[in-house]
Design a protein around this ligand. Structure first.
Ligand SMILES: Nc1ncnc2c1ncn2[C@@H]1O[C@H](COP(=O)(O)OP(=O)(O)OP(=O)(O)O)[C@@H](O)[C@H]1O
Ligand SMILES: [Mn+2]
Length: 411
């Protein structure tokens, strides 16, 4: 197996940095501490089954407790498989719309207080390409893109995308009949073809003309593990310096100024630490999957500026396989800087023994929806190899023109 061989490679088994107590996002309070602080309020959640013993924790809680300053999860942690299995199989107890955001999303809840963010399969079949006359900001979101982004981010060794898994959901029994969200329930109807459809409430594409439909009840969805609640782990949202204009006519500053990166490099927090190379990692991920929708990124407030960047929201990735979008690589092209560990892994993924499209195909085959249809069609997989070659070419061009291209993050 190429995937197993890849994950055995030393580049994927770097020793973890020594973690101090404040490098963990959350800690479990010992019951003594909780008592001292008078936390035993009446009506508090019944979590008596959970002790400070990890074995008593449900997978979603183990995921939360494993988040560190440097990554969202440890790829080698056996809990990762248990978490995706949990999301894919647990009984659905609740479904409500996620407020905010532009397209329809639901927050699903499971026994043991677990939650997941659901994105439905939209009208687009796996083989269809986004209409060439649609702007990136009008594109529909795709559930399979959310799942594929998690796999790709893991293959790149980043571990910055919340684990996401596919599932067939019965829209009648598992959404309509159990939801307490009255507004959501009123948007359900049976289509002329006899399928159960709904559209919810949101800014775009939430109307009878853009229904999400089961066949007749079963709907493909992506479920992403929910991050810890904002009250426990507040996050900061950062505008990407390479944000697109989201306009039909205007260009962003980075599209007009070739020396734009010089300004960014002098602007905190990009003038210090790993923030700039982290942004470039994100640009590489986005270029590979052709995601043009990276307007913001988030970090956990607790870790200040010395922490990884959360990669969230990939619903508009993998829209087209026949075209690449070079402008997504602007951060790399304009700054000519990349982490050494990232570059070495990209080089590894470009050799036939570990070819990106092959390990991606194998990785995606682990998802439950792969039984319905491959998560990415072959043209999308080959596009990954083609784009990877482009990334490596951009780095080589940089190396001809600049010193200091490689940010050495390995001893
Ligand atoms: N796995 C997650 N756990 C918790 N919160 C999440 C998760 N994924 C996303 N979010 C939060 O939900 C918000 C909306 O999600 P997302 O960006 O995927 O949807 P969207 O409809 O594309 O929103 P927008 O239009 O704002 O881009 C994000 O900004 C993020 O703060
Ligand atoms: Mn979005």
């Amino acid at each position: 197996s190429k995937l197993e061989a890849l994950f055995r490679h030393p580049l994927y088994n770097q020793p973890r940095p020594q973690l101090q107590e404040d490098d963990w996002l959350l800690r479990v309070k010992t019951s003594q501490k909780a008592e001292d602080e008078g936390q035993e309020e009446e009506g508090a959640m019944d979590i008596t089954d959970w002790t400070s013993d990890v074995d008593t924790h449900p997978p979603w809680l183990r995921f939360h407790l494993g988040i560190t300053r440097w990554e969202l999860y440890d790829r080698r942690d056996p809990n990762l498989g248990q978490l995706t299995h949990y999301l894919a199989t647990q009984r659905i107890l609740g479904a409500v719309q996620k407020s905010g955001g532009t397209q329809l999303k639901l927050v699903m809840s499971f026994p043991n207080y677990g939650q997941a963010m659901l994105k439905p399969m939209n009208r687009q079949s796996r083989h269809a390409e986004t209409d060439v006359n649609l702007f990136y900001f009008s594109d529909f979101e795709r559930h399979n893109a959310e799942i594929a982004a998690f796999h790709l981010d893991r293959l790149l060794g980043f571990h910055r995308v919340p684990p996401a898994v596919g599932r067939l959901v019965n829209v009648t029994a598992e959404i309509s009949e159990i939801t307490t969200d009255h507004k959501l329930r009123t948007t359900f109807f049976t289509s002329p073809a006899g399928n159960v459809c709904f559209y919810g409430q949101c800014e775009y594409y939430c109307s009878t003309e853009h229904p999400v439909c089961g066949q007749p009840h079963l709907l493909e969805v992506s479920l992403a593990a929910m991050l810890p609640d904002l009250s426990l782990a507040p996050r900061r949202s950062w505008r990407s310096p390479w944000k697109r204009s989201y306009s039909r006519t205007k260009l962003a500053r980075w599209e007009k100024e070739p020396a734009y990166c010089d300004t960014v490099k002098q602007t905190p927090p990009y003038d210090h630490g790993t923030r700039l190379v982290d942004l470039i990692d994100m640009a590489v991920l986005d270029f590979l999957m052709s995601n043009m929708d990276r307007h913001h990124y988030e970090t956990f407030e607790k870790f200040g500026n010395e922490t990884f960047l959360l990669h969230l929201d990939h619903g508009r990735a993998f829209g087209r396989h026949s075209r690449d979008e070079p402008s997504i690589l602007a951060p790399l092209q304009q700054c000519c800087r990349i982490r050494r560990s990232t570059l070495l892994r990209l080089q590894l993924l470009s050799i036939p023994d570990f070819r990106l499209s092959d390990v991606m195909r194998e990785s995606l085959a682990q998802d439950p929806l792969a039984a319905v249809a491959p998560l990415l069609s072959e043209p999308h997989l080959s596009a990954l190899d083609r784009r990877l070659a482009t990334v490596l070419q951009v780095v080589r061009t940089c190396q001809h023109q600049h010193q200091d291209v490689i940010f050495n993050d390995l001893e």
